[in-house]
Each structure stands twice: as C-alpha cells, then as structure tokens.
Design a protein around this ligand. Structure first.
Ligand code: PLP
Length: 390
C-alpha cells in the first residue's frame, strides 16, 4: 500500500528550521519560526504557567477522562476572555488540540451543515487553505493585502463579501494578522459587521494572538462586534501564543448563536466529529489556562507577562521602522502593524541572498517574525534590508 503513496514535500517553515540549525555562523538570525522569543532568543515558559503547573502537580488527583467537550471551566473562562460577557449571544465551546484543531472542527462543521463555501482573504496563514481544503470546503479567495504598498485592500474584501451567498463562511483574523500584521480600522470592522449581518454570512474568526497587538481587550473588540452582528458565528481560539504553551496543544472552538438550543446543537456536532478523530483533547494545557485564569494572583501575573511580550514587540517594531526609515518610505507601516509578523516586499532571490550571505533566515514569502530580532541585531538587519526594499 505504501508504494502507492507519493512522498509529500516538507512543510517549508519546518524545512527552514533545519536550514537554520545547520548554519554554523554564530551571528545568524532566525526571523522564520512563528514563536515569541525574548531578547536572548529564548521562548521561555511563563512564570504564571510554571506556577499553575506546580499547583496542578500538587493537587491533581486523577488522570481519568475529563469530558467529550473538554474542561468546562476552562471553556467558560476562555470564552469570557475572548467573547466577553456583553454579546447577548449564547456560546457553546469544545476544547481542541490547539487553534489548528479548532479550525479543523469548524471547517468540518461548515462542510457538514453550511454551504460548504468559505471566503478567504490572501495572503493568510498557509495552514488555513490546507485545513479548509482537507475538509473539502470550496475556498474562494480574494485579495486582503497588497505587499508592495503594505495596504489592506478593504474594497476587495467588501466586494467579495457583498457578492457572497447567504450561509457562506468567511475567515477573519481577530488581530495580529498572520502574515501581514495589518488589521482593520474600527470603521472597517463596523462595515464588515454590517455586510456579514446583511448577507447572513457566518464569520469564522481566528483568534490566535490575543494580547500581542494593542491589548488584551483591544485585540478582541472587532471580534466582539462581529459576533454581536452575525446571526451565527464560529470562533477558533488558540492559547499557544498568549500563554506560551505551543506544545501543549490548547485551544477551543466556540459556536455562537442567538439561542442556547442552536449553540448546543452545533456543539453536539463538533463533539461527535472530534470523537471520531482524536476522541478527546489533551488536558494539561487547558488545566494550566484554567488554573491561571481562575486565580486572581496568577491571572494578574499572566497579564503582566503578556503585556511585556507585547511591549517588546511594539518596541522592536518601532526600532526597526526607525532604522529602515532613511531607505524605505513605507518603513512607518512596520511600526503601525501589530503582532509578531510583517510581510516584506522581497523577491525570493533576495530572501535566498539574505540567507546565504548574511545568515538572516525567513521564508521565501518575505514574512518576518519581529520577535526573532534582538535589539542588538536591528541596525545590521536594517542595513541589509534597505537596499532590497528601497
Ligand atoms: C493565524 C493562526 N491561526 C491559528 C494558528 C494555530 O495555532 P496552534 O494550532 O499552534 O494553536 C496559528 C499558528 O501559527 C496562526 O498563526
């Protein structure tokens, strides 16, 4: 049987890690991998997470199964953090293996019950198209962002959604757009909410970077306006970045509706789809998040840690923008964009030269992870980028 299979290409981002690791230069710089790093280049376990893990180690009395939908207290606390308490909607959650697992279940649900069509603005996180394609959705793409001008193409987004059919799904990044860092303005969120409500579209909102953009509440303001406006919505949450628990595979999918019965029906479908795939989600990361969010002290410490990760990102963005300013007229956009990523207008050959001659690693798309920069690297990186961008 295995003979009949074609061997699959490596994921380009994972292949990039291999290339970076094999480079013996001591001053190499990794702007590729999408994890937060501190100024020493580490991705540390947060203090609040360590404290929660200690508590769990001391108090956890069983490793028996939890529940098909996962940890209900975790789900309630996470929904309060993301959706807030004012939406006037009913949300039914299912804990998932990471945000990816949440997107996969959402995609399965859309394939099962919706029009099977999803509108996706490009560029986007590459795994979006991968996941939606794997469940057989008909993915219709439109331009979200223009790389040379670093502009969000809002007219193109509105055109796609104005032409969408009732019940079509539309993927929306809640904040810190991956890979561009460019988001909607408050006015654009309002227009988006209006077209989604008027056309009766289903927003599938991907929230993977809450707290990395403008603030913990600010980063979900647009999301909340959409769920208030839309008759039904799906919200896929990843805890990987905000809690720094990437490998624990922690997230949730929330079905949001006007009635408890509708939300519960959606949840019962999500649970049965999970059951025939991986049965139940891993517990540890969700138990950590529950422990952090349910303790005033740990929650406060986590917020301080998240705020300082955001401050570091904003500081790096400003420094890089300043250092590029005398060679690239769009440099101020780097400081305006939010979260970990920006997408630079570089040719593939430029990216390969940066790797070969300067030991600076990024995917061929030109996406850079701002958190991969150390303060001391910025002048050197800007000096080699300027002639390529200007
Ligand atoms: C936009 C976006 N959504 C979802 C995810 C999924 O994250 P995870 O499955 O690691 O929780 C990522 C991860 O990089 C992402 O960038």
């Amino acid at each position: 049987m295995f003979d009949k299979l074609a061997s699959q290409p490596n994921d380009p981002l994972l292949a990039l890690i291999g290339l970076y690791n094999a480079d013996s230069r001591t001053d190499k710089i990794d702007l590729g991998v999408g994890v937060y790093r501190d100024d020493l280049g580490n991705t540390p376990v947060l203090r609040s997470v360590k404290a929660a893990e200690k508590l769990l180690l001391e108090t956890q009395s069983s490793k028996s199964y939890v529940a098909p939908e996962g940890d209900r207290v975790f789900l309630d606390l996470l929904w309060e953090l993301v959706g807030g308490t004012q939406s006037g909607k009913f949300a039914a959650g299912v804990q998932t293996p990471g945000g990816s697992g949440a997107l996969r279940l959402a995609s399965d649900l859309i394939a099962r019950a919706g029009t099977g069509r999803l509108h996706l603005g490009l560029p986007s996180w590459p795994n979006h198209a991968g996941i939606f394609g794997a469940t057989g959705l008909n993915v219709e793409t439109h331009t979200y962002f223009d790389v040379p001008t670093q502009d969000v193409r809002f007219a193109s987004v509105m055109k796609a959604l104005s032409g969408a059919q009732r019940g079509d799904a539309v993927l929306i990044h809640a904040s810190c757009h991956n890979p561009t860092g460019a988001g909607f303005t408050p006015g654009q969120w309002e227009e988006l909410a209006a077209v989604i409500s008027e056309r009766r579209l289903i927003p599938l909102i991907d929230s993977a970077y809450q707290g990395f953009g403008a603030g913990i509440e600010e980063d979900v303001a647009g999301l909340r306006s959409l769920i208030t406006a839309a008759p039904e919505a799906l919200v896929a949450v990843s805890c990987s970045k905000s809690f720094g628990i990437y490998r624990e595979r922690t997230g949730a999918i929330f079905a949001v509706a006007d009635t408890q019965a509708a939300a519960d029906t959606a949840r019962s479908n999500l649970v049965t789809m999970a059951r025939t795939s991986y049965s139940m989600p891993p517990d540890h990361g969700a138990a950590v998040v529950r422990t952090v969010l349910s303790s005033d002290i740990l929650r406060k410490d986590w917020m301080d840690e998240l705020n300082s990760m955001r401050d570091r990102l904003q500081g790096l963005r400003q420094q890089l923008s300043n250092a590029l300013a005398d060679g690239w007229q769009l440099a101020p956009q780097i400081a305006e964009q939010q979260g970990m990523f920006s997408l630079l207008p570089l040719k593939e050959s430029d990216v390969l030269t940066l790797r070969k001659e300067h030991g600076i690693y990024m995917p061929t798309s030109g996406r850079i992870n701002i958190a991969g920069l150390k303060g001391a690297d910025i002048e050197r990186v800007a000096a080699v980028l300027k002639p390529l961008l200007g």
